[in-house]
Design a binder for this molecule. Sequence first.
Ligand SMILES: Cc1cc2nc3c(=O)[nH]c(=O)nc-3n(C[C@H](O)[C@H](O)[C@H](O)COP(=O)(O)OP(=O)(O)OC[C@H]3O[C@@H](n4cnc5c(N)ncnc54)[C@H](O)[C@@H]3O)c2cc1C
Length: 614
Amino acid sequence: MGLFNRHKTVYVDSDILVVGGGMAGCGATYESRYWGRDLKVVCVEKANIERSGAVAQGLYAINCYMGMQWDENQPEDHVRYARNDLMGLVREDLGYDMARHVDSSVHMFEKWGLPMMRDPETGRYQREGKWQIMIHGESYKPIVAEAARNAASEVYNRIMVTHLLMDEAKPNRVAGAVGFNVRSGDFYVFRAKAVIVCAGGASHIYKPRSVGEGMGRTWYAPWSSASAYALPILAGAKMTQMENRIVLARFKDGYGPVGAYFLHLKTYTQNGYGEEYESKWYEHTKELVGDYIDRHPVPTCLRNHAFLEEVKAGRGPIRMVTKEAFQDPHKETVGWENFLGMTIGQAVVWASQNIDPKHTNPELITSEPYVMGSHATCSGAWASGPSDCAPADYQWGYNRMMTVDGLFGAGDTIGGTAHKFSSGSFTEGRIAAKAAVNYVNDLRNEQPRVSERQYEDMKKLIYKPLENYRVGRNEIVAGTVSPSYILPINGLQRLEKIMDEYTGGINTDYMTNEPLLTRGLELLGMLKEDLDCLAAEDFHQLQRAWELHHRVLASEAVARHTLFRQETRWPGYYYRGDYPKLDDTNWHCFTLSRYDRQSGEWELEKVPVHHIID
Ligand SMILES: Cc1cc2nc3c(=O)[nH]c(=O)nc-3n(C[C@H](O)[C@H](O)[C@H](O)COP(=O)(O)OP(=O)(O)OC[C@H]3O[C@@H](n4cnc5c(N)ncnc54)[C@H](O)[C@@H]3O)c2cc1C
């Protein structure tokens, strides 16, 4: 008991609490101030919003811009595009809502100082593809963070949020969050009328291709630790499409992005023998998914599928043909600069492996799966839609509010809306914030009620890994091994192994089935029991411990959803060996889950997909 009292408790009251200061969180913080001039708006971030989240290192392109001012695309076009890419299953109301507002966000970025590339002939933003525009984006995140800092009443950096607080008077209403400062160890109780979760996606739930000393190198940010899913799941929010994990074809060993290469440099792929291979798999893929293979552009997962089949047929590796494009000095420069903006490690890998793309066509590889809601995938929380265009059964209150009162989300947190990327996540943060301000105003003087017992119980739970270490270290037998505890890194590797081997990771070529998933869930259950014995020697390890808790819960959601959906909807992302085909008759629907914290039980259901755009 003495140990828990050693940590000072800091109380912060606010009207709107934004959890996570990445792209969506900065958008939410900025817009909360715009609509809520007199409200207290607090943003809490486990790193430092200046350089946090998936955009920390900068980006080379903004992947979602309609260009409505030049009539380049309309929001309806984007809905069709995302629907096609996700094999028919997206929340069209949410996607449309984001798309109609995204251009205004990009215009603000430019106003705040983000250097945009422009087409010298037309003066318009330089397009990389139909939806992407090119930026000099090394300072993208600091620029966006500055706007959020100016808007917030306070930004609390270095605080890892571990749990949401619930209202004592209304069981299904959120009332704030708790967490701890990863440097000082202070315990924080944030009481708030509305909470907007913007805590990013999930990497490191599957065993990565980069292991051992390369382990920190993953495609999605290694610090994206699934809080965006675990926090709402623990609060009883419904989740959707958690089975829709994404796999990406990227440059080998550095996970370097390929978009600019395909779209701007007009490169293409070949098998190990220099042959075009995608067309070879046309009939085979049509057998599995029917007409979806004839859609244009070919859905991302199906392009992965041809890649994987070609490699399995023994004709790997798959290479990107760069030798032709790199003869053009301008394209060569663009090719290298593409990495300087966001994945400099890829250039270092090539240098270390004697790969000059002007003379050698570099290898591609498919990544381990990731869970996220903003890329070519749409896992996340089930949210209420906009009042003017959401179908009746997708509306139960305020825009982007989850199935828990007062709990909002944006970016990777929200499910059903793929292809938001950085600009769309920021925009969704703005949309959620506007609705959260309305929610707070409608509450009038009603205050959330949080009992001292609730957060004191959480405090004990949160610091338990420190206590486990303090006691267990007396029994250390070799190195860091103690029979009484497990360290976060050991738990993480165990999680990654289970997910990899049982729920369709790289080890099985993304294949799984009911017996594998059932066994995987049993093993996840045992891992969850052992998390009681997690040990942390310092606050940094305490953060790792809670990141692991969040990853395990999100992983369980992935496994349960994958088991529930009895079809293979996205070959190339994962395969159900027992249901190898897409089944529109029975599964043209969303999957929803709800976790009951008291019983530990999950409920799953199907919900119709409404098409509101022709
Ligand atoms: C390698 C890569 C390349 C990409 N390329 C592009 C591109 O070229 N163009 C483009 O437009 N988009 C790109 N994206 C997508 C874009 O980065 C994401 O869509 C966007 O960042 C998602 O926004 P978000 O706010 O949901 O998550 P993030 O921006 O990741 O923000 C999440 C924030 O929450 C914080 N957080 C997490 N857990 C907690 C917790 N428990 N407590 C407190 N804080 C927490 C994190 O530290 C982080 O700051 C790319 C992403 C990656 C990873």
